[in-house]
Structures are given as structure tokens and as C-alpha cells.
Design a protein around this ligand. Structure first.
Ligand code: ATP
Ligand code: MG
Length: 132
């Protein structure tokens, strides 16, 4: 079966949403196989969001993701990447339907509660980056 990297962002952790969010993955049938609460370094944040380096919000994005502890996880199960993305919902919580994590817990794209790998290849890279 497949693995995905999922990370509850600092706003989600600050708001006490770890339990509720982990519950959704477990209810769906994805198993939590590894997890850690930790502060992301500047270096790791810049690597993780390297594909967005040229965006005007890149600096704020790095500040946001390093602003407090995240809850980094590996979830495992059939189609873990696609299934976790569908639980998470679209990037902008304002466009994410109720029933998705971003749709239920977020308001704006600047603080969208959670990250999920967008492909199996990126999942492998992110797992390596965060859990090596
Ligand atoms: P993630 O990679 O966090 O799961 P995503 O794959 O849905 O999100 P990406 O395009 O990879 O979306 O963007 C990564 C992150 O950059 C978003 O989750 C969000 O935190 C931030 N972001 C994206 N677009 C904007 C924007 N227009 N303004 C501010 N932040 C943004
Ligand atoms: Mg992404």
C-alpha cells in the first residue's frame, strides 16, 4: 500500500485540531504510521515550498509554516496520496466544500490548516525530508 506525508500546520496545532484531524484519516481507513510534533526549520520550509519560491507570498508562507510546531505525519493505505488530498480539500478553504478538512476548519488560503503530498513521488521526497 501507499504512503503520504501529511502535516497539520501551525494554525491547526495552535487551535487544538490535531485530534479531530487525525480522527478523519483514521475513520477514512488511512493508518497513522509515524508522527511528530515539531518546529520546522527555515531551511526545511524553503525546501518544502521550493516550487513556490517565485510567488509574492513565499516569504509569508515560510514565516507561517515556521511560526510554531506542526504535526508531521505519515499515513498509509490504498491510494493514500489521492485519498488524503480528497479528505483535505482544495487549497483555498473559502472554496473547499464542507466535509473537507479545509472546508470545515479554515477561512483563508494564508492559513489553510493542513498540507498533503500531491503525488506519490513527492510523498516519498517529503517523507525523506521530514523523517530521515
Ligand atoms: P499544500 O502543498 O500545503 O498541501 P496545496 O498543494 O493545496 O497545499 P500549493 O499550490 O502546493 O497548494 O501551495 C502550497 C501552500 O502555499 C498552500 O497550502 C498555502 O499554504 C500557500 N498558498 C498557496 N497559494 C497561496 C496564495 N495565493 N496566498 C497565500 N498562500 C498561498
Ligand atoms: Mg502542494
Amino acid at each position: 500500500s501507499e504512503k503520504a506525508f501529511v502535516m497539520i500546520k501551525p494554525d491547526g496545532v495552535r487551535r487544538g485540531l490535531i485530534g479531530k484531524i487525525v480522527c478523519r484519516f483514521e475513520e477514512k481507513g488511512l493508518a497513522l504510521v509515524r508522527a511528530e510534533l515539531r518546529v520546522v526549520s527555515h531551511e526545511t520550509a524553503e525546501a518544502h515550498y521550493g516550487h513556490l519560491k517565485d510567488k509574492p507570498f513565499f516569504g509569508e508562507l515560510v514565516d507561517y509554516i515556521t511560526s510554531g510546531p506542526v504535526f508531521a505525519m505519515i499515513v498509509e493505505g490504498k491510494g493514500a496520496v489521492k485519498n488524503s488530498r480528497s479528505l483535505i480539500g482544495p487549497t483555498n478553504p473559502a472554496e473547499a466544500p464542507p466535509g473537507t478538512i479545509r472546508g470545515d476548519y479554515g477561512l483563508t488560503v494564508e492559513e489553510n490548516v493542513i498540507h498533503g503530498s500531491d503525488s506519490p513521488d513527492n510523498a516519498a521526497m517529503e517523507i525523506d525530508r521530514f523523517f530521515k
